[in-house]
Ligand binder design. Structure first.
Ligand code: BG6
Length: 447
């Protein structure tokens, strides 16, 4: 593989709730998302639910054949905590299936599907339950998983759960947001300690959503707003996992309101940092009323809005390359992010654990010719090559996603897959990007 360093991991990422379906099978309990979708059908595009999703829970073996056919050497999936303990056998079989096909299993322990009976991450009992769940996974799967990610995007899930109120538990409460984030980060360190204690063979990490923050104004207040966004969306989580303590400047502003310490207990080093990258954030001071809106329609005129009055707002980027869901397309942002991480945390291996483009495709020959996705991924892969040339130790790229899936608030309308899924029969069909992606890594097709 001449395009990328030897041993480079490449493949796709998925998450249990978004692809598995079979939500009532084999002792699975509800997750907070199952309940949220049932109770708030109108908040999800076309009132979609994860009940059937891609039926991966039944069709997993066919899906692994696809991954092998597409030539990937790694696959990032998440384990469904609500299926535990009974559901561990499913992941045992899945991992055996991956190993048999020569594909490295990369497992995320928590991709937003908190078992509903646990309530939330503010609850100390959730931490104990997570530890017990981690013990089970380490014990049953620890001899084969190549990479562990404790959590997926704690910043994004907490921001939407407690600030915008768009995700469960759908409240607006900054203090609770920080308490829940602290619960997750504490769980991260305790889980890494447990995985190490059980001497699992895999490397240990986490997948963080990281967005370069750009200041969209030129006043002092704009610069302060951009600093806040970077401090609380990126650095709070980065420093919390890499150094086991919250960053000083951000901590000083909040310490009087928080009921926990700056230092996390029993901090554990990372073997690698998973980077989920979609788009940068342009930030300015906000005088507009507090308002949050996400484009879930795929209508390009439907603008995303994030305004915390008196503090900050996300602004439109000065250029116009955007997806139909109003997300900026900025591959250079990925290059800069990786280089900056390399400078801030020298020697820490980086893996791009998610990156991809959601498109309004349908099940048609035309949609299968997804040249826009090819262009998007090629540009981001070139950005990674530049970052590697600048010294960043990037060890892999996992595209979001293997197949079109339940895209949270966007239901099944926003499609990310290399494989298209027929809306009724759930038949899988490769898009043009699937073969192109194979050629890039297996045949060194130039980018
Ligand atoms: C990431 C998540 O935030 O972005 C994925 O880890 C998600 O689960 C992906 O699907 C794309 O976001 P969305 O909302 O467009 O599906």
């Amino acid at each position: 593989m001449s395009n990328f360093p030897a041993g480079f991991l490449w493949g796709c990422a998925t998450a249990a709730l978004q692809i598995e379906g079979s939500t009532q099978c084999d002792g699975r309990v509800d997750s907070i998302w199952d309940v949220f979708c049932r109770q708030n059908p109108d908040r999800i595009h076309a009132q979609a639910t994860p009940e059937r999703a891609c039926d991966h829970y039944q069709r997993w073996s066919e899906d692994l054949d696809w991954i092998a056919k597409l030539g990937h050497n790694a696959y990032r999936f998440s384990i469904a905590w609500p299926r535990m303990p009974g559901g561990i056998d499913f992941y045992d079989r899945l991992i055996d299936g991956l190993c048999a096909r020569g594909i490295q299993p990369m497992a995320t322990l928590y991709h937003w599907d908190l078992p509903h009976p646990l309530g939330n991450w503010e609850n100390p009992a959730t931490l104990d339950a997570f530890l017990q769940y981690t013990q089970l996974c380490a014990d049953r799967l620890g001899d084969r998983v190549s990479h562990w990610m404790t959590l997926n995007e704690p910043a994004w899930s907490v921001m939407n759960g407690y600030v915008t109120g768009l995700h469960p538990p759908a409240v607006h409460d900054l203090k609770r947001a920080f308490t829940a984030a602290h619960g997750q980060l504490q769980a991260h360190h305790l889980a890494l300690a447990e995985l190490r204690r059980q001497r699992v063979v895999g490397k240990l990490g986490i997948a963080l959503n990281l967005s370069p923050v750009k200041c969209a104004g030129d006043t002092r207040r704009d610069r302060r707003a951009a600093r806040w966004a970077d401090d609380y969306l990126n650095r709070w989580f980065l420093e919390g996992v890499v150094h086991g303590a919250y960053p000083e400047r951000a901590w000083r502003l909040l310490q009087h309101t928080l009921d926990f310490d700056k230092q996390l207990t029993h901090p554990q080093p990372l073997d690698f940092l998973g980077v989920n990258y979609y788009y940068p954030k342009w930030v300015a001071h906000s005088q507009l009323p507090t308002r949050f809106h996400l484009n879930t329609s795929g209508n390009a005129h439907d603008k995303c809005q994030f305004s915390l009055q008196g503090r900050l707002r996300f602004c439109d980027p000065p250029q116009t390359r955007k997806t139909e869901w109003d997300w900026e397309i900025d591959p250079e942002g990925l290059e800069n992010l990786l280089v900056q991480l390399h400078h801030s945390y020298p020697g820490l291996p980086l893996v791009v654990t998610e990156n991809g483009i959601g498109l309004g495709e349908s099940w048609s020959d035309q949609s299968l010719q997804d040249s826009q996705r090819i262009e998007f991924v090629a540009a981001h892969l070139r950005a990674i090559q530049k970052a590697i040339a600048a010294g960043a130790p990037v060890q892999g790229y996992l595209m979001w996603s293997l197949m079109d899936n339940f895209s949270w608030l966007n239901g099944y309308h926003k499609r990310y897959g290399l494989l298209a899924i027929h809306p009724e029969t759930l038949e899988r069909r490769p898009k043009a990007s699937a073969e192109w992606f194979r050629q890039v890594f297996c045949d060194q097709l130039s980018l």
